[in-house]
Design a protein around this ligand. Structure first.
Ligand SMILES: Cc1cc2nc3c(=O)[nH]c(=O)nc-3n(C[C@H](O)[C@H](O)[C@H](O)COP(=O)(O)O)c2cc1C
Length: 140
């Protein structure tokens, strides 16, 4: 089992509808590949946690990293893990202007609105990265 955490940027503003399209793709594909995680968007930046079996993760990362909807990927973590932070999330997606539809992404209002939803299985290193990313998008 591998966990990968990265941030990337997108040239054009990603609308809630645009993020919903990614969420729909993730909800369709990730369960088949036994991949779970979360995806945050804000201020032209993505932050994603993915976790799953090594082989499926390699194939998924090739797809995601060649996706023209984002550029300039910075990896924060790419390491074997013994358990998942998001065992029940095929991909929890967050956008500052989302409407909160179950099929798409959830709205981010403040860091508490994110942390309140985090599963108990989340590890401290992942929580720190999420908080740091959130602070970087709200400070701009
Ligand atoms: C920031 C970002 C995150 C993404 N995350 C996922 C994901 O978790 N799962 C997924 O299947 N596709 C994800 N995608 C979409 C993939 O890059 C790709 O378009 C999609 O998997 C293709 O699906 P298909 O093979 O069913 O056509 C993401 C795209 C972006 C830009």
């Amino acid at each position: 089992m591998r966990q990968i955490i990265y941030a990337s940027s997108c040239e054009h503003e990603m609308t809630p509808e645009g993020l919903d399209l990614i969420a729909i793709q993730a909800h369709r594909n990730n369960p088949k590949d036994d991949i779970t995680g979360m995806l945050l968007y804000g201020d032209h930046l993505f932050f994603q946690v993915l976790e799953g079996p090594d082989e499926q993760m390699t194939q998924m990362m090739e797809k995601i990293w060649s996706d023209p909807r984002h550029q300039g990927i910075t990896e924060f973590k790419n390491a074997p893990v013994t358990g998942r932070c998001f065992p029940d999330w095929s991909m929890g997606c967050y956008h500052p202007d989302a409407t909160g539809d179950r099929a798409g992404s959830w709205r981010i209002t403040d860091i508490e609105s994110i942390t309140a939803r985090m599963p108990e299985t989340i590890t401290p290193d992942v929580m720190v990265l999420i908080r740091t990313f959130f602070q970087s998008i709200t400070r701009k």
